[in-house]
Design a protein around this ligand. Structure first.
Ligand SMILES: Cc1cc2nc3c(=O)[nH]c(=O)nc-3n(C[C@H](O)[C@H](O)[C@H](O)COP(=O)(O)OP(=O)(O)OC[C@H]3O[C@@H](n4cnc5c(N)ncnc54)[C@H](O)[C@@H]3O)c2cc1C
Length: 477
């Protein structure tokens, strides 16, 4: 059985070939120690403000103001920096709970390290109202906390759903509405008839006729190849994906929290369900795009061994989760469309989702983009009688947002390519600041608070269509 995550031992090998180990403190202990420090800080700040008010009271307004401003800065910034730099990584709160801040290799904190650590702490205190919902906690391979992100816009809540149940819910609803689903068909060619209908022919020789054809056939879309044969197509991102399911391993995790671990050689994500079941995935860098059949041929044991090797220098609980996995997915490469096709539609055929704008899985937004696309396209087809104009309006409304989402995926990928120690040191230093400034609920609102107002009518898009832009406005806060 594993140790719970926060109490994991960290073993440090010194240049003198002597190894020692220390325990990474648990979140609860760290939290209580911080609370004690906060109470002490509040007490000292109270004294400073009292003194400042006294000065104001005797008519020394400027001196009172300066005492309040400079005193707050010195107390808030200086308390942790000073204590940790000159008291071997301890503050009063840490000393009471027998904790100590140390360098990455277990060495005592230098003055400089303590300063950087506390600049990050101040950024960490910037005021953002956190919504309730799924939280992603970022740590490095040694368990050092780098920050957290709430997966929801301001005042909103996120839900966690696996893709198979999502697919089943959508398919059941389609069938309930009388929409027939044919499985196992592979699109081969598309033709438009003289009467204006579209005929899709499949590899098994069968065909289907309709008024429109919506190509939602993924990043390697055949529909896209047919309507735009000159388009360069998807690019392998250099990242491989795998994952699995594990039960019977005790890993402590706050509720509704997904954990992202920047390991030394690979990236690990996991989510513990209320029943203790662990869903996990891993990304690792592989320069050469793999031959598809090769990764599909690998066995469950081979995949586990490769991952155990990749995470050999990270916290032991990761290897326990992998080692006990009941199921692992075949490794598969990530693809994205670095540019979108010049047009998402041709005649009566239109592209949707990954076929039009595949973004890296690191964005966690691909399926959401598919749902948004579908809702906007449905509105356009409902309100604009001419299908080509409806397609043009849909594309106009969706291009900018999906292109922005592509950049988000690229940023997510970039942290996973960091495998050199110096780069990792820099990443660990800057990630907390980056997350706080650019991944807080306010800054992420454009991602999560996007709403399609189904009842608002849409009008045909022209180059500077205002009505069209308003249709998919961000939800009111
Ligand atoms: C590892 C990984 C993790 C991800 N994590 C998330 C996440 O957390 N959140 C999120 O929102 N998104 C995530 N995504 C992205 C998301 O899965 C995709 O963006 C989404 O599935 C795209 O939907 P789609 O319908 O366009 O394509 P797909 O889901 O790829 O579906 C395309 C369908 O078309 C079929 N098809 C292909 N060719 C043909 C043909 N010639 N004829 C007929 N049918 C065909 C395929 O069999 C498939 O059923 C992740 C993706 C990956 C790879």
């Amino acid at each position: 059985m594993s140790q719970p995550l926060p109490d994991t031992d960290l073993i440090v090998a010194t240049p003198e070939r002597v190894s020692f180990d220390y325990q990474v403190a648990g979140l609860a202990t760290r939290g209580i120690a911080q609370l004690l420090d906060l109470l002490i800080l509040a007490g000292v700040l109270f004294a400073v403000y009292f003194f400042a008010l006294f000065e104001v009271g005797i008519g020394q307004d400027t001196i009172g103001g300066l005492i309040a401003i400079i005193g707050s800065f010195v107390v808030i910034f200086g308390y942790h920096w000073g204590c940790e730099a000159f008291w071997s990584g301890q503050t009063i709160g840490k000393k009471v709970f027998r904790l100590r801040a140390v360098g990455d290799r277990g060495e005592p904190m230098t003055f400089f390290q303590a300063g950087i650590r506390n600049i990050v702490r101040i950024v960490d205190f910037l005021p953002y109202g956190y919504g309730v919902g799924l939280v992603v906690l970022f740590v490095n391979g040694k368990g050092k906390r780098l920050g957290e992100v709430t997966l929801a816009g301001e005042g909103r809540k996120s839900v966690f759903i696996k893709r198979v149940p999502l697919g089943m819910i959508l398919a059941e609803e389609a069938e309930r509405q009388g929409i027939k689903i044919e499985r196992g068909k592979k699109l081969e060619s598309i033709e438009t008839t003289n009467t204006g209908s579209v005929v899709a022919t499949f590899q098994d020789g069968t065909a289907a006729r309709g008024d429109l054809l919506i190509g939602c056939d993924g990043v390697h879309s055949r529909t896209r190849q047919i309507i735009d044969p000159a388009f360069s197509g998807p690019v392998y991102t250099g990242l491989m994906n795998t994952g699995g399911y594990t039960s019977g391993v005790q890993v402590s995790s706050p509720p509704e929290t997904t954990h992202f671990v920047f390991g030394k050689r690979a990236f690990f994500g996991y989510h513990v369900s209320p029943s203790g079941y662990i869903y996990w995935f891993a990304n690792y860098v592989q320069a050469q795009e793999p031959v598809r059949e090769a990764s599909e041929r690998s066995t469950h044991e081979e995949r586990k061994q490769r991952l155990l090797e990749l995470f050999r220098d990270d916290q032991p609980f990761i290897r326990e989760i992998i080692g006990a996995a009941e199921e692992t997915f075949p490794d598969f490469p990530s693809y994205a469309l670095p540019t979108q096709p010049a047009s998402w539609h041709k005649g009566r055929v239109v592209l949707l989702s990954d076929a039009a704008h595949a973004i890296s899985p690191s964005s966690g937004q691909g399926a959401s983009m598919a749902l948004e696309d579908a809702a906007v396209l449905a509105k356009c087809l409902r309100d604009i009688p001419n299908s080509e104009q409806a397609f043009a309006t849909y594309e106009h409304l969706r291009r900018e947002r999906t292109a922005k989402m592509f950049e988000l995926g690229q940023r997510g990928d970039s942290g996973k390519f960091v495998t050199r120690p110096l780069q990792q040191w820099f990443r660990d230093l800057t990630t907390p600041i980056f997350l706080k400034l650019f991944a807080n609920p306010k800054a992420s609102d454009w991602i999560y608070s996007y709403r399609v107002d189904w009842d608002a009518p849409v009008t045909t898009a022209t180059a500077d269509s205002i009505e069209g832009r308003e249709m998919v406005s961000h939800a009111a806060k």
